[in-house]
Design a protein around this ligand. Sequence first.
Ligand code: FA5
Length: 339
Amino acid sequence: MKSRIEEVKARALASVAAADGTQALSDVRVRFLGKNGEMTALMKLLGTVSKEERPEMGKLLNAARVEIESALAAAEKAARESELAKRLAEEEVDISLPGKMRLPGAAHPVTMIREEILNVFLGMGFSVAEGPEIETDLFNFQLLNVPKDHPARDMQDTFYLGDNLVLRTHTSPMQAHIMTTCRPPIRVVIPGRVYRPDDDASHSPIFHQIEGLAVDKKITVGDLTGCLQTFAEKLFSEDTKIRLRPSYFPFTEPSVEADATCTMCHGKGCRVCKGTGWVELLGAGIVNPAVLDMCGIDSKEYSGFAFGLGLERIAMIKYGIPNIKLFYENDVRFLGQFR
Ligand code: FA5
């Protein structure tokens, strides 16, 4: 029995010494000290030893167990420490490296200017409506006093989706939608995306407009002028002035182009306004009585004004942006300036 104990102890200590890492040591622990381990088996054999020898063998067995246990504990501690040191070395963090920056998102400048403009008109008692980007020829042209084959169609030629459907060239068809479905008094602004076969530094094939429409009894050019003057003061600055120049749109009579004093030089003349002191703001006019009647509103009782502005153009004026393409390239160096 004594030699068995010595032999098992020697193998256990050799296995502890040879074990490489905490997992291997755990296996050694199970093999020698576990419930079915070799030392436990020897304990069970103690019953077969003679009464005289038993106390000595018991002592020997306990001493061997303590020795194996303490060798295991020391080896496990050393293995844990070396594994931790290895992990720390492998996972070393270089705190001098620059962090990964997450740039916060922000609204696109066209969205920002749209919200700003809509808020100005909401403050003046207008409500907001939206409508379809695919329009019938009837709403995009005919109800706006542009019959088929009329030369005025050349002003806004467009992308046709068949004989009768077009990508809307302006937000003005919404005038006809609203006047055929709502009764005066009407005060509404309509933002939306529009399409034209244009392409240069200040014209894009897809751009955004806001339409304005007011219909009531006794609406005059004075109401239109007052509304646009207030709009320009609120959007740009208190000292902004507007002026109206005669123009032509088939759906308004009279028609005007509204200019505002240049936001860069405040009317003195600079590069942005090409030395004139004025920048073109929008198209507008008194709703043509023929349009009111076609939409079912009695032109003898009611009159109205309407206007249409290009959002990109207004943003270009307000922020001094030289090229419309900058809005669509999604270059964060450009977009980040508006945050
Ligand atoms: C119209 O679209 C009329 N519907 C406006 C109107 C509404 C007049 C109601 C009377 C009553 P115009 O084609 O001028 O008008 O366009 C209006 C604005 O859209 C222009 O002042 C300009 O700022 C902008 N715009 C026109 N074409 C483009 C384009 N291709 N790219 C960017 N902006 C454009």
